[in-house]
Design a protein around this ligand. Structure first.
Ligand code: G3P
Length: 493
Protein backbone atom coordinates (compact mmCIF):
# COMPACT_ATOMS: atom_id res chain seq x y z
CA UNK A 1 0.00 0.00 0.00
CA UNK A 2 1.28 3.52 -0.80
CA UNK A 3 0.94 4.50 2.84
CA UNK A 4 3.45 1.81 3.80
CA UNK A 5 5.95 3.29 1.37
CA UNK A 6 4.92 6.78 2.51
CA UNK A 7 5.51 6.05 6.17
CA UNK A 8 9.02 4.82 5.35
CA UNK A 9 9.70 8.22 3.80
CA UNK A 10 9.59 10.10 7.06
CA UNK A 11 12.53 10.09 9.47
CA UNK A 12 10.35 8.30 12.08
CA UNK A 13 11.05 10.96 14.65
CA UNK A 14 8.31 12.69 16.55
CA UNK A 15 7.19 14.85 14.88
CA UNK A 16 8.21 13.19 11.61
CA UNK A 17 10.12 15.09 8.94
CA UNK A 18 8.94 14.36 5.38
CA UNK A 19 10.95 14.54 2.20
CA UNK A 20 9.87 16.26 -1.02
CA UNK A 21 9.50 14.41 -4.34
CA UNK A 22 11.95 15.68 -6.96
CA UNK A 23 10.36 13.64 -9.71
CA UNK A 24 12.62 10.61 -9.31
CA UNK A 25 12.95 10.13 -5.58
CA UNK A 26 11.94 11.41 -2.20
CA UNK A 27 14.76 13.55 -0.84
CA UNK A 28 15.59 16.03 1.91
CA UNK A 29 16.34 19.50 0.63
CA UNK A 30 19.95 20.66 0.65
CA UNK A 31 18.62 23.79 2.33
CA UNK A 32 18.52 21.78 5.58
CA UNK A 33 15.52 23.94 6.41
CA UNK A 34 12.10 22.58 7.26
CA UNK A 35 8.69 24.14 7.92
CA UNK A 36 6.44 22.96 10.76
CA UNK A 37 2.91 21.87 9.88
CA UNK A 38 1.09 23.03 13.00
CA UNK A 39 -2.34 21.66 13.78
CA UNK A 40 -4.94 24.42 14.33
CA UNK A 41 -6.62 22.06 16.79
CA UNK A 42 -3.97 22.02 19.50
CA UNK A 43 -0.75 23.55 18.18
CA UNK A 44 0.97 20.18 17.95
CA UNK A 45 3.45 19.81 15.10
CA UNK A 46 1.87 17.25 12.77
CA UNK A 47 5.11 16.99 10.80
CA UNK A 48 7.90 18.95 9.17
CA UNK A 49 8.17 19.54 5.40
CA UNK A 50 11.15 20.55 3.31
CA UNK A 51 11.90 24.13 2.36
CA UNK A 52 13.07 23.41 -1.16
CA UNK A 53 15.75 25.54 -2.83
CA UNK A 54 15.44 27.34 -6.16
CA UNK A 55 18.17 25.12 -7.63
CA UNK A 56 16.19 22.03 -6.64
CA UNK A 57 13.11 23.57 -8.27
CA UNK A 58 15.05 24.22 -11.48
CA UNK A 59 16.19 20.60 -11.53
CA UNK A 60 12.70 19.22 -10.88
CA UNK A 61 11.07 21.44 -13.52
CA UNK A 62 13.70 20.44 -16.11
CA UNK A 63 13.01 16.78 -15.34
CA UNK A 64 9.26 17.37 -15.69
CA UNK A 65 9.79 19.06 -19.06
CA UNK A 66 11.67 16.05 -20.45
CA UNK A 67 9.37 13.47 -18.89
CA UNK A 68 6.26 15.19 -20.26
CA UNK A 69 7.37 14.59 -23.85
CA UNK A 70 7.33 10.83 -23.22
CA UNK A 71 4.23 10.91 -21.01
CA UNK A 72 2.10 12.49 -23.76
CA UNK A 73 2.96 9.50 -25.97
CA UNK A 74 1.58 7.02 -23.45
CA UNK A 75 -1.78 5.84 -24.84
CA UNK A 76 -4.76 7.58 -23.22
CA UNK A 77 -6.19 4.21 -22.20
CA UNK A 78 -3.03 3.54 -20.15
CA UNK A 79 -3.17 6.98 -18.54
CA UNK A 80 -6.81 6.28 -17.74
CA UNK A 81 -5.93 2.99 -16.04
CA UNK A 82 -3.30 4.74 -13.90
CA UNK A 83 -5.81 7.34 -12.75
CA UNK A 84 -8.46 4.74 -11.93
CA UNK A 85 -5.88 2.88 -9.84
CA UNK A 86 -4.98 6.15 -8.10
CA UNK A 87 -8.68 6.70 -7.37
CA UNK A 88 -8.90 3.23 -5.83
CA UNK A 89 -5.78 3.89 -3.73
CA UNK A 90 -7.32 7.16 -2.49
CA UNK A 91 -10.39 5.20 -1.37
CA UNK A 92 -8.15 2.55 0.23
CA UNK A 93 -6.42 5.33 2.17
CA UNK A 94 -9.59 7.18 3.11
CA UNK A 95 -9.22 6.56 6.86
CA UNK A 96 -5.50 7.42 6.87
CA UNK A 97 -6.02 10.59 4.81
CA UNK A 98 -9.09 11.64 6.81
CA UNK A 99 -7.20 11.34 10.08
CA UNK A 100 -4.31 13.37 8.66
CA UNK A 101 -6.63 15.99 7.22
CA UNK A 102 -8.35 16.56 10.56
CA UNK A 103 -4.98 17.09 12.25
CA UNK A 104 -3.56 19.34 9.54
CA UNK A 105 -6.49 21.68 8.92
CA UNK A 106 -9.08 21.06 11.65
CA UNK A 107 -11.96 19.74 9.55
CA UNK A 108 -14.65 17.61 11.14
CA UNK A 109 -14.52 13.88 10.44
CA UNK A 110 -17.48 14.17 8.06
CA UNK A 111 -16.00 17.13 6.16
CA UNK A 112 -12.61 15.41 5.89
CA UNK A 113 -14.01 12.03 4.83
CA UNK A 114 -16.31 13.68 2.26
CA UNK A 115 -13.31 15.51 0.80
CA UNK A 116 -11.31 12.30 0.40
CA UNK A 117 -14.13 10.26 -1.16
CA UNK A 118 -15.08 13.17 -3.45
CA UNK A 119 -11.42 13.25 -4.60
CA UNK A 120 -11.52 9.57 -5.54
CA UNK A 121 -14.77 10.04 -7.46
CA UNK A 122 -13.31 13.11 -9.17
CA UNK A 123 -10.20 11.19 -10.23
CA UNK A 124 -12.34 8.44 -11.75
CA UNK A 125 -14.53 11.00 -13.51
CA UNK A 126 -11.52 12.84 -14.98
CA UNK A 127 -10.13 9.52 -16.22
CA UNK A 128 -13.44 8.60 -17.85
CA UNK A 129 -13.99 12.01 -19.46
CA UNK A 130 -10.35 12.18 -20.57
CA UNK A 131 -10.97 9.14 -22.77
CA UNK A 132 -13.65 11.03 -24.66
CA UNK A 133 -11.80 14.30 -25.09
CA UNK A 134 -11.39 14.72 -28.83
CA UNK A 135 -10.27 17.17 -31.49
CA UNK A 136 -12.19 17.72 -34.74
CA UNK A 137 -11.91 17.59 -38.51
CA UNK A 138 -12.99 20.57 -40.66
CA UNK A 139 -13.37 21.07 -44.39
CA UNK A 140 -12.57 24.34 -46.13
CA UNK A 141 -15.69 24.04 -48.27
CA UNK A 142 -17.77 25.51 -45.48
CA UNK A 143 -16.18 28.94 -46.02
CA UNK A 144 -16.74 31.12 -49.13
CA UNK A 145 -13.88 30.90 -51.61
CA UNK A 146 -12.61 27.57 -50.33
CA UNK A 147 -13.37 23.99 -51.25
CA UNK A 148 -12.72 20.43 -50.13
CA UNK A 149 -9.04 20.64 -50.99
CA UNK A 150 -8.43 22.10 -47.54
CA UNK A 151 -8.98 19.72 -44.63
CA UNK A 152 -8.11 20.68 -41.05
CA UNK A 153 -7.23 17.91 -38.63
CA UNK A 154 -7.59 19.69 -35.29
CA UNK A 155 -5.90 17.73 -32.51
CA UNK A 156 -6.13 18.47 -28.80
CA UNK A 157 -2.62 18.46 -27.33
CA UNK A 158 -1.27 18.96 -23.77
CA UNK A 159 0.14 22.33 -22.73
CA UNK A 160 3.37 20.87 -21.27
CA UNK A 161 4.27 21.43 -17.59
CA UNK A 162 1.32 22.50 -15.41
CA UNK A 163 1.99 24.25 -12.08
CA UNK A 164 -0.73 23.24 -9.60
CA UNK A 165 -1.04 25.40 -6.47
CA UNK A 166 -3.59 24.12 -3.94
CA UNK A 167 -5.19 25.87 -0.92
CA UNK A 168 -5.27 24.76 2.74
CA UNK A 169 -9.05 24.34 2.88
CA UNK A 170 -9.19 21.43 0.39
CA UNK A 171 -5.59 20.18 0.24
CA UNK A 172 -6.60 16.82 -1.23
CA UNK A 173 -9.64 17.68 -3.33
CA UNK A 174 -8.33 20.93 -4.82
CA UNK A 175 -5.05 19.17 -5.58
CA UNK A 176 -6.75 16.26 -7.34
CA UNK A 177 -8.93 18.74 -9.25
CA UNK A 178 -5.67 20.03 -10.81
CA UNK A 179 -3.34 17.00 -10.89
CA UNK A 180 -5.79 14.45 -12.35
CA UNK A 181 -6.90 16.48 -15.40
CA UNK A 182 -3.32 17.59 -16.07
CA UNK A 183 -2.09 13.99 -16.05
CA UNK A 184 -4.89 12.46 -18.10
CA UNK A 185 -4.37 15.07 -20.83
CA UNK A 186 -0.67 14.21 -21.09
CA UNK A 187 0.81 17.12 -19.12
CA UNK A 188 3.45 16.88 -16.42
CA UNK A 189 2.64 18.42 -13.03
CA UNK A 190 4.72 20.58 -10.72
CA UNK A 191 2.64 20.39 -7.55
CA UNK A 192 2.93 23.05 -4.84
CA UNK A 193 0.84 21.97 -1.83
CA UNK A 194 -0.30 24.35 0.94
CA UNK A 195 1.81 24.17 4.11
CA UNK A 196 -1.19 23.08 6.19
CA UNK A 197 -2.38 20.08 4.24
CA UNK A 198 1.10 19.40 2.84
CA UNK A 199 1.45 15.97 4.45
CA UNK A 200 -1.81 14.76 2.88
CA UNK A 201 -0.58 16.20 -0.41
CA UNK A 202 2.71 14.31 -0.16
CA UNK A 203 0.80 11.06 0.37
CA UNK A 204 -1.34 11.93 -2.66
CA UNK A 205 1.87 12.28 -4.71
CA UNK A 206 2.99 8.82 -3.53
CA UNK A 207 -0.40 7.40 -4.51
CA UNK A 208 -0.13 8.76 -8.06
CA UNK A 209 3.49 7.56 -8.27
CA UNK A 210 2.69 4.03 -7.16
CA UNK A 211 -0.38 3.95 -9.40
CA UNK A 212 2.08 4.21 -12.28
CA UNK A 213 2.82 7.86 -13.05
CA UNK A 214 6.35 7.69 -14.48
CA UNK A 215 9.37 9.49 -13.01
CA UNK A 216 9.41 13.22 -13.63
CA UNK A 217 5.75 13.47 -14.62
CA UNK A 218 4.80 14.66 -11.15
CA UNK A 219 7.14 16.59 -8.85
CA UNK A 220 6.02 17.94 -5.47
CA UNK A 221 7.71 21.06 -4.19
CA UNK A 222 7.13 22.12 -0.58
CA UNK A 223 8.08 25.45 0.92
CA UNK A 224 6.67 28.85 1.80
CA UNK A 225 4.31 30.52 -0.64
CA UNK A 226 6.36 33.74 -0.63
CA UNK A 227 9.61 32.04 -1.56
CA UNK A 228 8.85 28.81 -3.41
CA UNK A 229 5.45 29.94 -4.72
CA UNK A 230 6.77 33.15 -6.26
CA UNK A 231 9.75 31.40 -7.83
CA UNK A 232 7.56 28.70 -9.34
CA UNK A 233 4.88 30.98 -10.81
CA UNK A 234 7.45 32.93 -12.81
CA UNK A 235 9.59 29.92 -13.71
CA UNK A 236 10.33 29.76 -17.49
CA UNK A 237 9.77 25.99 -17.49
CA UNK A 238 6.09 26.32 -16.51
CA UNK A 239 3.56 26.24 -19.37
CA UNK A 240 0.31 26.74 -17.43
CA UNK A 241 -0.66 27.74 -13.88
CA UNK A 242 -3.76 26.52 -12.06
CA UNK A 243 -4.28 28.13 -8.65
CA UNK A 244 -6.88 28.18 -5.89
CA UNK A 245 -6.46 30.74 -3.14
CA UNK A 246 -7.17 34.29 -2.09
CA UNK A 247 -8.02 37.00 -4.60
CA UNK A 248 -5.08 39.05 -3.35
CA UNK A 249 -2.55 36.28 -4.06
CA UNK A 250 -4.31 35.36 -7.31
CA UNK A 251 -4.04 38.91 -8.63
CA UNK A 252 -0.40 39.12 -7.59
CA UNK A 253 0.43 35.88 -9.44
CA UNK A 254 -1.56 36.87 -12.53
CA UNK A 255 0.37 40.17 -12.75
CA UNK A 256 3.72 38.34 -12.82
CA UNK A 257 2.84 35.52 -15.20
CA UNK A 258 3.76 35.95 -18.84
CA UNK A 259 1.85 34.72 -21.87
CA UNK A 260 0.79 31.34 -20.53
CA UNK A 261 -2.72 30.01 -19.82
CA UNK A 262 -4.03 30.35 -16.26
CA UNK A 263 -6.96 28.75 -14.45
CA UNK A 264 -7.68 30.50 -11.15
CA UNK A 265 -10.31 30.09 -8.46
CA UNK A 266 -10.04 32.94 -5.94
CA UNK A 267 -12.07 34.48 -3.10
CA UNK A 268 -15.87 34.40 -3.24
CA UNK A 269 -17.56 36.73 -0.70
CA UNK A 270 -20.91 35.34 -1.83
CA UNK A 271 -24.31 37.01 -1.29
CA UNK A 272 -27.68 35.38 -0.67
CA UNK A 273 -30.69 37.34 -1.96
CA UNK A 274 -33.94 36.35 -0.22
CA UNK A 275 -37.24 37.27 -1.86
CA UNK A 276 -40.41 37.80 0.20
CA UNK A 277 -41.97 34.56 -1.11
CA UNK A 278 -39.01 32.34 -0.13
CA UNK A 279 -39.39 29.14 1.88
CA UNK A 280 -37.91 30.63 5.03
CA UNK A 281 -37.18 27.32 6.72
CA UNK A 282 -35.10 26.03 3.82
CA UNK A 283 -33.53 29.46 3.33
CA UNK A 284 -32.43 29.69 6.96
CA UNK A 285 -30.95 26.19 6.88
CA UNK A 286 -29.06 26.86 3.63
CA UNK A 287 -27.67 30.14 5.01
CA UNK A 288 -26.47 28.42 8.20
CA UNK A 289 -24.80 25.61 6.23
CA UNK A 290 -23.43 28.09 3.70
CA UNK A 291 -22.02 30.46 6.29
CA UNK A 292 -20.61 28.04 8.89
CA UNK A 293 -19.46 24.84 7.12
CA UNK A 294 -15.74 24.38 7.80
CA UNK A 295 -15.95 27.54 9.93
CA UNK A 296 -16.74 29.69 6.90
CA UNK A 297 -13.36 28.86 5.32
CA UNK A 298 -14.79 28.06 1.92
CA UNK A 299 -14.62 30.41 -1.05
CA UNK A 300 -18.27 29.48 -1.73
CA UNK A 301 -19.39 30.44 1.80
CA UNK A 302 -22.37 32.77 2.25
CA UNK A 303 -20.98 36.08 3.55
CA UNK A 304 -23.97 38.43 3.42
CA UNK A 305 -27.75 38.17 3.08
CA UNK A 306 -29.90 40.82 1.38
CA UNK A 307 -33.67 41.29 1.54
CA UNK A 308 -36.46 43.81 2.04
CA UNK A 309 -36.87 44.83 5.68
CA UNK A 310 -39.95 42.62 6.38
CA UNK A 311 -38.07 39.67 4.86
CA UNK A 312 -35.00 40.22 7.02
CA UNK A 313 -37.14 40.82 10.13
CA UNK A 314 -38.77 37.42 9.54
CA UNK A 315 -35.63 35.53 8.43
CA UNK A 316 -33.04 36.74 10.93
CA UNK A 317 -34.55 35.16 14.07
CA UNK A 318 -34.93 31.90 12.15
CA UNK A 319 -31.25 31.93 11.12
CA UNK A 320 -30.26 32.62 14.74
CA UNK A 321 -32.47 29.77 15.97
CA UNK A 322 -31.14 27.30 13.39
CA UNK A 323 -27.54 28.34 14.08
CA UNK A 324 -28.05 27.55 17.77
CA UNK A 325 -29.63 24.20 16.85
CA UNK A 326 -27.21 23.15 14.09
CA UNK A 327 -23.82 24.58 15.04
CA UNK A 328 -21.73 23.28 17.93
CA UNK A 329 -18.39 25.07 18.35
CA UNK A 330 -15.53 22.99 19.73
CA UNK A 331 -12.78 20.53 18.91
CA UNK A 332 -14.12 18.80 15.75
CA UNK A 333 -12.68 15.51 17.02
CA UNK A 334 -15.08 15.56 19.94
CA UNK A 335 -18.72 14.50 19.88
CA UNK A 336 -21.12 16.55 17.74
CA UNK A 337 -18.83 19.58 17.43
CA UNK A 338 -18.99 20.91 13.85
CA UNK A 339 -17.43 24.35 14.10
CA UNK A 340 -13.72 23.97 14.68
CA UNK A 341 -10.95 26.54 14.87
CA UNK A 342 -9.96 28.70 11.94
CA UNK A 343 -6.64 27.83 10.36
CA UNK A 344 -4.30 30.11 12.32
CA UNK A 345 -3.95 32.74 15.03
CA UNK A 346 -3.44 35.35 12.32
CA UNK A 347 -6.70 34.42 10.66
CA UNK A 348 -8.56 34.47 13.99
CA UNK A 349 -7.16 37.87 14.94
CA UNK A 350 -8.11 39.36 11.56
CA UNK A 351 -11.68 38.10 11.86
CA UNK A 352 -11.97 39.45 15.42
CA UNK A 353 -10.62 42.81 14.27
CA UNK A 354 -13.22 43.02 11.49
CA UNK A 355 -16.08 42.17 13.86
CA UNK A 356 -14.97 44.94 16.24
CA UNK A 357 -14.68 47.44 13.38
CA UNK A 358 -18.08 46.44 11.99
CA UNK A 359 -19.70 46.98 15.39
CA UNK A 360 -18.01 50.36 15.71
CA UNK A 361 -19.38 51.25 12.28
CA UNK A 362 -22.95 50.47 13.29
CA UNK A 363 -23.39 46.73 12.79
CA UNK A 364 -25.31 44.88 15.48
CA UNK A 365 -23.94 41.57 16.78
CA UNK A 366 -27.05 39.41 16.90
CA UNK A 367 -25.18 36.19 17.75
CA UNK A 368 -21.59 35.26 18.61
CA UNK A 369 -18.84 37.76 17.89
CA UNK A 370 -16.26 36.46 20.36
CA UNK A 371 -12.88 34.82 19.75
CA UNK A 372 -11.37 32.14 21.98
CA UNK A 373 -7.91 31.34 20.66
CA UNK A 374 -8.49 30.22 17.09
CA UNK A 375 -12.18 29.57 17.75
CA UNK A 376 -14.53 32.26 16.43
CA UNK A 377 -18.13 31.91 17.60
CA UNK A 378 -20.66 31.49 14.77
CA UNK A 379 -21.32 35.18 14.25
CA UNK A 380 -24.42 36.86 12.83
CA UNK A 381 -24.32 40.61 12.24
CA UNK A 382 -27.30 42.80 11.38
CA UNK A 383 -27.30 46.24 9.72
CA UNK A 384 -24.00 45.64 7.93
CA UNK A 385 -23.06 47.61 4.82
CA UNK A 386 -20.79 46.85 1.89
CA UNK A 387 -18.56 49.69 3.12
CA UNK A 388 -17.61 47.64 6.17
CA UNK A 389 -14.39 45.66 5.67
CA UNK A 390 -16.06 42.53 7.05
CA UNK A 391 -18.38 42.55 4.03
CA UNK A 392 -16.37 44.55 1.50
CA UNK A 393 -13.59 41.97 1.40
CA UNK A 394 -13.93 38.24 1.94
CA UNK A 395 -13.75 37.33 5.63
CA UNK A 396 -12.53 33.72 5.72
CA UNK A 397 -14.35 32.75 8.90
CA UNK A 398 -17.76 31.94 10.46
CA UNK A 399 -19.36 35.37 10.00
CA UNK A 400 -22.47 36.33 8.02
CA UNK A 401 -24.03 39.81 7.76
CA UNK A 402 -27.58 40.93 7.00
CA UNK A 403 -28.40 43.93 4.79
CA UNK A 404 -31.85 45.49 4.43
CA UNK A 405 -32.56 46.90 0.98
CA UNK A 406 -35.32 49.20 -0.26
CA UNK A 407 -35.91 47.19 -3.41
CA UNK A 408 -34.74 44.03 -5.13
CA UNK A 409 -33.21 46.22 -7.84
CA UNK A 410 -31.11 47.90 -5.14
CA UNK A 411 -29.98 44.45 -3.98
CA UNK A 412 -28.89 43.47 -7.48
CA UNK A 413 -27.02 46.76 -7.81
CA UNK A 414 -25.24 46.20 -4.48
CA UNK A 415 -24.24 42.67 -5.46
CA UNK A 416 -22.96 43.82 -8.86
CA UNK A 417 -20.86 46.56 -7.23
CA UNK A 418 -18.79 43.87 -5.50
CA UNK A 419 -15.21 43.29 -6.68
CA UNK A 420 -15.93 39.58 -6.31
CA UNK A 421 -18.03 37.37 -8.56
CA UNK A 422 -17.91 33.70 -7.66
CA UNK A 423 -21.47 32.68 -6.76
CA UNK A 424 -24.75 34.13 -5.50
CA UNK A 425 -27.81 32.41 -4.07
CA UNK A 426 -31.39 33.49 -4.70
CA UNK A 427 -34.18 32.15 -2.49
CA UNK A 428 -37.68 32.26 -3.92
CA UNK A 429 -40.57 29.88 -4.56
CA UNK A 430 -40.96 31.37 -8.05
CA UNK A 431 -38.13 29.67 -9.97
CA UNK A 432 -38.91 31.71 -13.09
CA UNK A 433 -38.37 34.93 -11.15
CA UNK A 434 -35.20 33.43 -9.70
CA UNK A 435 -33.84 32.69 -13.17
CA UNK A 436 -34.71 36.19 -14.40
CA UNK A 437 -32.96 37.81 -11.40
CA UNK A 438 -30.05 35.41 -11.76
CA UNK A 439 -29.52 36.68 -15.29
CA UNK A 440 -29.03 40.19 -13.88
CA UNK A 441 -26.38 39.22 -11.31
CA UNK A 442 -22.69 39.46 -12.32
CA UNK A 443 -21.22 36.31 -10.79
CA UNK A 444 -19.88 32.99 -12.07
CA UNK A 445 -22.77 30.82 -10.88
CA UNK A 446 -26.22 31.55 -9.46
CA UNK A 447 -27.76 28.98 -7.12
CA UNK A 448 -31.55 29.04 -6.75
CA UNK A 449 -32.78 27.85 -3.34
CA UNK A 450 -29.41 26.46 -2.28
CA UNK A 451 -26.25 27.72 -0.60
CA UNK A 452 -23.40 28.52 -3.00
CA UNK A 453 -21.25 25.45 -3.72
CA UNK A 454 -18.72 24.06 -6.20
CA UNK A 455 -20.28 20.62 -6.62
CA UNK A 456 -21.42 18.61 -8.38
CA UNK A 457 -17.95 18.61 -9.93
CA UNK A 458 -19.13 17.96 -13.49
CA UNK A 459 -20.86 21.38 -13.45
CA UNK A 460 -18.89 24.40 -14.67
CA UNK A 461 -17.33 26.27 -11.76
CA UNK A 462 -15.95 29.74 -12.36
CA UNK A 463 -15.32 33.10 -10.83
CA UNK A 464 -15.33 36.47 -12.55
CA UNK A 465 -13.82 39.80 -11.48
CA UNK A 466 -11.59 39.20 -8.41
CA UNK A 467 -12.95 35.65 -7.98
CA UNK A 468 -10.91 34.03 -10.69
CA UNK A 469 -10.42 33.37 -14.36
CA UNK A 470 -11.14 30.33 -16.52
CA UNK A 471 -13.71 27.57 -16.03
CA UNK A 472 -13.24 24.47 -13.89
CA UNK A 473 -15.37 21.37 -13.64
CA UNK A 474 -14.50 18.01 -15.10
CA UNK A 475 -14.77 18.58 -18.88
CA UNK A 476 -13.94 22.28 -18.63
CA UNK A 477 -10.69 21.70 -16.75
CA UNK A 478 -9.67 18.99 -19.21
CA UNK A 479 -10.19 21.45 -22.06
CA UNK A 480 -8.33 24.21 -20.15
CA UNK A 481 -5.28 21.95 -19.79
CA UNK A 482 -5.06 21.27 -23.53
CA UNK A 483 -4.83 23.38 -26.65
CA UNK A 484 -5.85 22.87 -30.28
CA UNK A 485 -3.18 21.85 -32.79
CA UNK A 486 -4.65 22.26 -36.31
CA UNK A 487 -2.82 20.40 -39.09
CA UNK A 488 -4.20 21.51 -42.46
CA UNK A 489 -4.03 19.13 -45.38
CA UNK A 490 -3.95 20.95 -48.71
CA UNK A 491 -4.97 18.37 -51.28
CA UNK A 492 -4.01 18.92 -54.98
CA UNK A 493 -6.71 20.79 -56.95
O1 G3P B 1 -13.04 27.05 -1.12
C1 G3P B 1 -12.92 26.15 -2.13
C2 G3P B 1 -14.13 26.05 -2.97
O2 G3P B 1 -13.81 25.30 -4.08
C3 G3P B 1 -15.34 25.54 -2.19
O3 G3P B 1 -15.73 24.29 -2.62
O4 G3P B 1 -17.21 22.32 -2.56
O5 G3P B 1 -17.00 23.73 -0.51
O6 G3P B 1 -18.23 24.61 -2.47
P1 G3P B 1 -17.12 23.70 -1.99
Amino acid sequence: MPKDYFEKLSDHKSPPTYKFFNGEKWVNSVSDKTIDVISPLDDHVVGKIQSVTHAEIDQAVSLAKVAQKEWMKVPMIKRTQILHLAADWIREHEHYLTTLLIKEIGKTHTEAKDEILRSADMTDYFAHEGLHLTGEELSGEAFPGYDQTKIAIVERVPLGVVLAIAPFNYPVNLSVSKIAPALITGNAVVFKPPTQGAICSLLLTEIFRIAGVPDGVIVTITGSGNDVGDYLTTHPGIDMVTFTGSSQVGKSIAEKIGMIPILFECGGNNPALVLPDADFDNTAMEIVKGAFSYSGQRCTAVKYVLGLTPTIEKLLPLVVKKTKEMIKMGDPRVGENNLGPVISDGAANEIEKRIILAKAAGAKIVLGGKKDGRFIEPTILDHVTLAMDIIHTETFGPVVGFIRVKSIDDAIELINQSSYGLQASIFTKDEGAGIKLGQLIDVGTVQINSKPQRGPDNFPFLGIKGSGTGVQGIRYTLEAMTRFKPIVLNKPQ
